[in-house]
Design a protein around this ligand. Structure first.
Ligand SMILES: C[S@@+](CC[C@H](N)C(=O)[O-])C[C@H]1O[C@@H](n2cnc3c(N)ncnc32)[C@H](O)[C@@H]1O
Length: 262
């Protein structure tokens, strides 16, 4: 939703715009297209160079995924993740705009990488929200820890990071399990649809059902390895109903699906 001032609003709560110009204006659209082309070019180059080193991150095998992401420098990861970062700035604010935001959220960001999705998530969460980011790759977690995270009011947001697989029971930084029904937003972007199989999604879905508040929202990404229909059906079996689907662009299997607990 857009207010007259150009700020996204939800349930009366002002939200910060993404760093880019509003995608609604002609110059904003042009800027978006140029950023997409730039990200696509860097992505293509980086993947070609990684292939020469026989590194491929396009896998659902956790050990291979960890090895591939760990063998990328920070710069290579930024190039590989550039299209995802482009999509994050457009899709995450739009899907979060429908989440009730009368009080701060407790969030988890599954497969946070170097923190791009976490940053967008917290910029569009109510002031005072907090997040734990999870990733299997230690180098990406170290980069994520080095960044600053701001809330919609420009004040620093509370964020912590934990290195672990996202289909395992989720733990906080002290190593205790995240308490039952304590989380308002479970989020993943660029992870589930690329790196998970149905059996891992099933474990993730059961854990999400355990930690989500009755009023909470789970946002997971679909992609080439795990399509929207499979995502929706698996999450239904875990006790969630589909609330909203947002494709990154028309006809694309990639996108975000928002779920509410049944
Ligand atoms: C394409 S990046 C997306 C990063 C971030 N969500 C973003 O949007 O910028 C995918 C990330 O998911 C992590 N990942 C993939 N499978 C995982 C798993 N099963 N458990 C934990 N992390 C995983 C990778 O290490 C990588 O950092």
């Amino acid at each position: 939703m857009q207010s007259n001032s150009g700020e996204a609003t939800t349930h009366g709560h002002p939200r910060a715009l993404p760093e880019a110009q509003s995608p609604q204006t002609a110059s904003g659209k042009m800027q978006g297209v140029l950023q997409f082309l730039d990200a696509a070019l860097h992505n293509w180059r980086a993947i070609r160079l990684l292939r020469e080193r026989q590194v491929s991150h396009r896998s659902t095998d956790l050990a291979s995924v960890e090895r591939a992401y760990s063998s990328m420098s920070a710069r290579e990861f930024r190039a590989v993740n550039g299209l995802q970062a482009w999509a994050n700035r457009r899709a995450i604010p739009r899907i979060l705009a429908h989440v009730p935001s009368l009080r701060p959220w407790t969030c988890v960001d599954l497969g946070c990488g170097s923190g791009d999705s976490t940053r967008v998530l917290l910029r569009h969460a109510p002031p005072g929200s907090s997040c734990i980011g999870y990733d299997v790759c230690g180098d990406r977690i170290a980069e994520a820890r080095a960044h600053d995270y701001l809330g919609p009011n420009g004040r620093p947001a509370r964020v912590r990071f934990v290195r672990q697989a996202i289909d395992e029971p989720l733990r906080n930084v002290e190593g205790f399990r995240v308490p039952e029904h304590s989380v308002d937003v479970v989020h993943s972007s660029g992870v589930v649809g690329h790196h998970l199989r149905v059996e891992e999604l099933r474990r993730l879905g059961d854990e999400a059902r355990r930690i989500i508040r009755p009023s909470g929202t789970v946002v997971l990404d679909a992609g080439p390895r795990l399509r929207i229909a499979t995502l929706v059906e698996t999450m239904r079996r875990c006790g969630f109903r589909r609330e909203r689907v947002l494709r990154y662009c028309w006809g694309n299997p990639r996108g975000l699906v928002a779920f509410r607990p049944i």
